[in-house]
Ligand binder design. Structure first.
Ligand code: BGC
Length: 762
């Protein structure tokens, strides 16, 4: 039922994506309450520009690491609109008191932080959570994060990141929902709803900030901050929908991206921030830059100095400057020189005041300092455990080796088996890794200490240069004093005495995330050597993988018995792994990004266009294929196994003719033919066979997660209406086209049965 709701919502989004040629009328109409308007009327130019200034402090205004200079003076003179990076009620209160009591107009500050996957309670990284395909859960996680963060004084999160990402070399793939715009849109909406709730002024909801507009995830070569060049058709059909979905869900702010898009840095891109965002989509919140993104445009070569790049940003439609203070220090001069006008500053200032008004800060600047919640409590831990188990993807399970019974001897091997430092994943600014549950601890709680033998077996990497770079934000890779050979020897000895080897391997948490691109996305050599030594023992091996990105796992998939992809599960990682390993929870997650067979295939994703010479798996000459490997990824989008089996019936269509007035229903029976209860994520894809432009070989157009008891059958129904078939054509009009379509339903993007229908528009 809940998924029908999401389907309808996505249909709504796609239906309401205005033609790129149409303009919105709502632009620039910001109506403030009488009280706030009266304050605005009293503001000097300097104070207005001050509202556009977002500064960063350390954890406390006075004593912590202060990134922005003279913070207290700036607060007193009304030169700050918001602060980010400040944590803890006392610090936030003291900053707010200065702004409210000591500045001329007493305008309250907003307080932002990267609450990306939890606050004190850390949930799975966003890429992991997206693999649950469970929108209710995702909303709950965002809401729980908001409750914790707001009870500590914060009211603005720089989340969700909804950048479509199809290149696992890019470290920030960890922060998003994967490769697909339909699923990405549903996730974007759930997260915005979770953070903002129904009413922003409640003291347990917070302003969300969708990021990074636009197309940061398509950075060339997967290298962070790099260039993006993309056709408008692809932007509108494949990369923009999740941003648009967040906006339709009412997100209050949006962040620019660091990259250049089609030769213009996003932060100076008027096409993005005025034409698309305001005129086409009618966004009425405010735009904040990414961290010093204005200043960085000097490096991008579109301005000779901070003044020029700053006025270019304002002219593009940017409202708030994160940290760089280009607006603060140069806009007055630009106004005198006529590069900008007064209205632009007024509008930007009003948008920020409006957000503060909606947050209820003008009524009570201390609103978010009143509630006290027990942070990281039993309930939030329970939710984190559930979220982590729902995010674990079972990639392989030969001879049903999993779940394990708890009467066997387990050799728990690997550098991530007993590593609290690596359980939370990247981008957790408030989480405390010391509170995390390791896999060793989780497994011991199921089978008792006596039945688990542990050895580290290998370092995450033996590469010192890489280690130093990864450890720049905190020690996550610990190079053992023992030699690699000694470590392997210990692991082999222990494994010899066991019934099963559980190898807990993968990446350190900070091998993904910002500025953590990797050219080689396989396991590090140290770990490959360990696995090969373990393999020679002829014992069953289960790989438990921690990773912030899809990895290349050809050898592992051919040689190991089972693979559980945990990603990074957050505070409750170890318990969640144990829940799944021992079958307390039947895994149900499915991949939201394809796992390439080799880096050479990147980008590889399910919704590609066809070529004129499709491969057909023939490997014939003059076909679109590689000489050395297959075209298909190792694990496709939508893939994931369960401890039970699901049988799919035939697709039934209520009609084979679809008109705008009469949708059709595609239905299919799914039966749990195995022995345990389980959840299945049923996926529907559609192919528009002939169009005015080339259309993808398949596009996700519906999904539903169902729960089935052994031998139970359920019928899943997807509504297909005309709006679902619309796309942006070469004139950027959002329209469907008459003709034949294929509808495919199945368990992943490759295992599908199909049938067809015809759309008649007239
Ligand atoms: C990141 C943003 C983040 C900001 C503030 C930037 O480096 O790109 O995603 O919100 O820093 O921490």
């Amino acid at each position: 039922m809940k998924n029908i709701f999401y389907l309808l919502f996505i249909v709504y989004i796609f239906t309401n994506c205005n033609d790129a040629t149409q303009k919105h009328t709502k632009t620039n109409s910001i109506v403030l309450s009488a009280k706030v308007e009266a304050i605005f009327q009293k503001m000097t130019l300097k104070e207005k520009i001050g509202q556009l200034n977002l500064i960063r402090t350390g954890k406390s205004v006075k004593t912590g690491e202060v990134v922005s200079k003279n913070v207290e003076d700036k607060l007193k003179t009304g030169l700050v609109g918001g602060i980010f990076g400040l944590q803890g009620k006392r610090n936030i209160r003291s900053a707010q008191q200065i702004a409210v009591n000591k500045s001329r107009l007493g305008i309250p500050l907003i307080f932002g932080l990267d609450v990306i996957h939890g606050y004190k309670t850390t949930f799975p990284i966003p890429l992991a959570l997206s693999c649950s395909w469970d929108m209710k859960l995702i909303e709950q996680v965002a809401h729980s994060s908001a409750i914790e963060a707001t009870s500590d004084g914060l009211n603005w999160t720089f989340s969700p990141m909804v950048d479509i990402a199809r290149d696992p070399r890019w470290g920030r793939i960890a922060e998003g929902a994967g490769e697909d715009p339909f699923l990405g849109s549903a996730v974007a909406k759930s997260m915005v709803k979770g953070y903002q709730g129904d009413k922003l002024s409640e003291n347990n909801t917070m302003l969300a900030c969708v990021k990074h507009f636009a197309n940061y995830g398509a950075t060339e070569g997967g290298r962070d901050y790099n260039t993006v060049d993309m056709s408008d058709i692809r932007c509108y059909n494949e990369y923009y929908p999740p941003y648009k979905a967040a906006i339709d869900a009412g997100v209050g702010s949006i962040m620019t991206s660091f990259n250049v898009l089609n030769y213009i840095p996003a932060t100076a891109n008027k096409h993005l921030f005025t034409e698309i965002l305001r005129e086409q989509w009618g966004f009425s919140g405010f735009v904040v830059t990414d961290y010093t993104a204005i200043n960085e445009m000097i490096n991008h070569g579109i301005g000779k100095d901070l003044q020029e790049v700053s006025y270019k940003a304002l002219n593009a439609g940017i409202d708030m400057d994160m940290v760089g203070e280009g607006f603060l220090t140069t806009l007055e001069k630009s106004l005198e020189e006529g590069s900008i006008n007064k209205d632009q500053i007024d509008i930007a200032c009003k948008r920020i005041l409006k957000a503060k008004e909606l947050l209820g800060l003008f009524d009570n600047p201390y609103r978010y300092l009143e509630e006290s919640t027990d942070l990281l409590n039993k309930d939030t831990r329970q939710l984190a455990r559930k979220a982590a188990t729902e995010s674990i993807v079972l990639l392989k399970n030969n001879n049903s080796i999993l779940p394990l019974t708890n009467d066997i001897k387990i050799a728990l091997i690997g550098p991530l088996a007993n590593s609290k430092e690596n359980m939370l994943g990247c981008w957790n600014v408030a989480g405390d890794y010391k509170q995390a549950v390791t896999v060793l601890k989780g497994v011991q709680s199921f089978v008792g200490k006596g039945n688990v033998m542990y050895a580290k077996g290998a370092n995450i990497t033996d590469n010192l240069k890489l280690t130093n770079r990864v450890n720049a934000l905190g020690k996550q890779i610990e190079i053992d004093k023992r030699s690699p050979a000694d470590m392997i020897k210990e692991a082999v000895n222990i494994s010899n005495k066991s019934d099963v080897i559980v190898a807990v391997l993968g990446e350190a948490a900070n091998m993904s995330g910002e500025a953590s691109s990797m050219a080689d996305i396989s396991l590090q050599d140290s770990q490959k050597k360990l696995l090969k030594a373990l393999k020679s023992l002829n014992k069953p091996i289960v790989l438990v993988l921690f990773n912030g990105r899809p990895m290349t796992l050809k050898w592992e998939s051919e040689n190991l018995d089972a693979i559980l992809d945990v990603w990074f599960g957050g505070t409750e990682s170890g318990n969640a792994v144990a829940d799944v390993l021992f079958g307390k929870v039947n895994p149900s997650a499915k991949l939201t990004t394809s796992f390439p067979l080799s880096v050479g295939q990147i980008p590889v994703y399910h919704s590609m266009l066809n070529t004129g010479r499709p491969d057909n798996k023939s490997h014939k000459k003059f076909r679109s294929n590689y000489l050395d490997i297959a075209n298909e990824p190792l694990f496709p989008f939508g893939y994931g196994l369960s401890y039970t089996q699901f049988e799919y019936g035939k697709i039934k269509l209520s009609d084979t003719v679809l008109t705008p007035q009469k949708p059709i229903i595609a239905s299919i029976d799914i039966t749990n033919s195995g022995k345990v209860e389980g959840e299945e994520i049923v996926q529907m894809y559609i192919r528009d066979i002939v169009g005015s432009i080339s259309r993808p070989i398949k596009e996700l157009k519906g999904f539903e997660k169902i729960q089935l008891k052994p031998r139970e059958t359920k019928t899943v129904r997807f509504e297909i209406n005309e709006a679902l078939l619309r796309f942006y054509n070469s004139g950027l009009k959002y329209e469907s086209e008459s003709g034949k379509f294929e509808v495919m339903i199945g368990k992943d993007s490759e295992n599908l049965s199909k049938t067809g229908f015809v759309l008649y528009l007239k």
